[in-house]
Design a protein around this ligand. Structure first.
Ligand code: AVI
Length: 325
């Protein structure tokens, strides 16, 4: 039997405009410029993100991994055998902890990773197949929205959709509501949703995590412009923009921008778009919201995703919430 299936719902290769760039035009022609955070994740961006996860200042990955290490078997026991669907799977490193826990209980291993970066999805799927001889992988190269729409009801006992790494924080409150409604639609009653969220904490710790000393986060941020250059035949000069990230304490969110070092004109030929930048004008490339564990659980319950159990680390820096429809 074939253990690996890779399906492309979007074609995220440089020359293709399947994800058509209207969102780029929209974002860059507004009064306050912004770009969708999704454009971080070309193959290079995904690699840089992997490097971010290992940075000393970026506590998120390390903390969530520690929580999973401690509680993955408890999660597996609570859900029973199920198919794991993972949104934004990236390198699937943390997922291995869940796969190990299900394997320990002799459950069949079905994994459905979903990511916009085809390169990283393929290489990590192949590595997983080599390491888990009984694993079946059905990978989807897709945005979350598209994948959740296309997802058929699980053919297996049950399903758990995993959205770990606090990627929920990269959605605005309105996008978050829509997204949670899509999750609910993709689950049958009794099925599970596992959510990882970064929690509110002092500003200094948060700002250090998004302004690392090695400059990897700055490179990750700037790479979005390189991605747009390749994808839409653009001429952003990466030397003429700089990384800027700070914690907005009233909104409880990190805001990440690219700031124009001087007044300049940029052209994206494939979109027939010319954009003027004033000196110091910024493009908002990402928000990263920080949550309160009680409030987010109430919000999940309102969306019919009933929290079954929440786990955190000793410092209460990160939360993992298991919900059931
Ligand atoms: C993917 N996401 C949860 C990361 C975050 O922390 O919001 C993306 C990131 N941006 C800068 N560093 C990491």
């Amino acid at each position: 039997t074939q253990r690996l299936q890779i399906e492309y719902l979007i074609d995220f290769t440089p020359q293709s405009n399947t994800v058509d760039g209207n969102d780029v035009i929209q974002g860059l022609t507004q009064h306050s410029k912004s770009l969708p955070a999704r454009y971080f994740y070309d193959d290079r961006g995904s690699q840089l993100f992997e490097q971010i996860c290992a940075l000393p200042e970026y506590y998120l990955t390390r903390t969530e991994t520690a929580i999973l290490q401690e509680y993955a078997s408890e999660i597996a026991q609570m859900t029973g055998a199920c198919e794991l669907v993972e949104l934004g799977s990236g390198s699937s490193t943390k997922t291995r902890l869940l796969l190990d826990a299900y394997k320990q209980l002799d459950y069949p291993l079905h994994y459905l990773p979903i990511d916009v970066s085809g390169g990283i999805l393929e290489s990590s799927a192949k590595q997983l197949l080599a390491d888990y001889p009984s694993l079946q992988v059905h990978a989807l190269v897709s945005t979350y929205e598209l994948a959740l729409e296309k997802l058929m009801p699980s053919e297996f006992a049950s399903r758990m959709i995993c959205f770990i790494g606090s990627t929920l924080g990269n959605l605005s409150p309105a996008e978050c509501d829509t997204f949670l409604a899509q999750i609910t639609a993709a689950l049958q009653p009794g099925e599970y949703f596992l959510l990882g969220v970064d929690l509110q904490k002092p500003k200094e710790i948060l700002e250090a995590a998004y302004n690392d000393r090695q400059g990897v986060t700055a490179a990750f941020n700037l790479n979005m412009l390189q991605h747009l250059n390749t994808r839409f035949d653009g001429n952003f000069d990466l030397e003429q923009f700089e990384h800027w990230a700070f914690y907005n304490e009233t909104q409880h969110q990190i805001e990440m921008h690219l700031r124009s070092r001087r007044s300049q004109t940029v052209r994206l030929r494939a979109l027939d778009l010319t954009v003027e930048f004033a000196a110091d004008e910024t493009i908002l490339t990402e928000i990263s919201r920080k949550f309160n564990l009680n409030i987010i659980q109430q919000e999940l319950a309102q969306q019919n995703l009933k929290p079954v159990q929440a786990w955190t680390d000793p410092q209460q820096w990160f939360g993992l919430i298991l919900c059931q429809l």
